[in-house]
Write a protein that binds this ligand. Sequence first.
Ligand code: AMP
Ligand code: FE
Ligand code: FE
Ligand code: ZN
Length: 283
Amino acid sequence: MKSRPNTAEVDLHIHTLFSDGLFTPEQVVMEAKRKGISAIAITDHDSVDGIDRAKGEGKKAGIEVVPGVEMSCYVNGTDVHILGYYIDYHDEEVLNFFARVRASRLKRAEQMVAKLNELSGGRWQVSTARVKELAGAGAIGRPHIAQALVEVGAVQNIGEAFERYIGYDGPAYFPKMRLTPLAAVDFIHRAGGIAVIAHPATYGNDGLLYTVIAAGVDGIEVWHPEHNQRQVDHYLEMAEKNRLLVTGGSDCHGGRKFGRVYLGDIRLPYQYLAALKRKARQG
Ligand code: AMP
Ligand code: FE
Ligand code: FE
Ligand code: ZN
C-alpha cells in the first residue's frame, strides 16, 4: 500500500454548522466542487441533520455525499472520536439517540459556562443563551463556548480559550456523555454503519487504540491534518496488521479550527471510499 494518496478525490471528514463547523451543508458541497473533490463525507459531532441537505446539493453539483457522524467515547478519561459511515441516519432510534447526546451536551455547556463565570471573578460574563445562539441548530460544543469567550473579551482568540480555560486540562473543562468504545462501536454497527477511529495520533497514546480495536472498530483514519508522515506510516501499518480499513479527511470546520479551511487539504483516491462502501454493503 502506498503511504501517500496520489490522486485528488475524496475527503471523508467534514463538519457543518450542524455541529461546530462554520459552513452550511450546501457551502461544504460547493467548496468541494470548487476544489475538484468528487466525494465528501459529512461527519458532524453527534448529529446527522446536515446530511440530507448536503446530499440534495450534491445531486445538483455532481458531488457524491457519504453519510457520516463523529461520536465521542472515553478510554481511561481520554476523549476518543469514532467516525460512523453509512449508518441508517433516518432511523428513529438513531435520531433519538443523537438527540439525547445533544441534550447532554447542552447540560455540559451550562456547567462550563457557570464554571467560567465563577473563574472570571466578575471581569467578564458569558451566557448560556449566547452560546446556544452560536451553536444554532448544531450540536453545542466547546468551540461555541470559546467563541463566546472571545466575544466578551475574556481571551483574544479560540486557541487561547482552549489553552486557558476549556482544553482537556483546563479549569472549566467538563466531559461529555461517557460512552464506552464498545457502546459507540455497537451503536454504529446496529445502525448498519462502519466504525472508524478518528485522528488516532491526537490522543498521545497508542495503547487506548487497542481498546477501541478490541471493541470491534472497522477502520482507522490514517490521513488527517494533524498527522505527520511518520504517523501516517505508523497507522497504515497498524491498520494492515489488524486488518482494518483506512480512511482520511480534512476534519474541516470551515475556518473555526485554527482559522483555516482544511476542506480538501487531505484527499484520498476513490479506491479508499470504494473499500468502505464494499464493507458497508457486506454488513
Ligand atoms: P467538544 O466536542 O464540545 O468537547 O469540542 C471539541 C471540539 O473542539 C473539537 O471537535 C474541535 O473541533 C474543537 N477544538 C479542540 N481543540 C481545539 C483548539 N485548540 N482550537 C480550536 N478548536 C479546538
Ligand atoms: Fe469539532
Ligand atoms: Fe474529532
Ligand atoms: Zn471532526
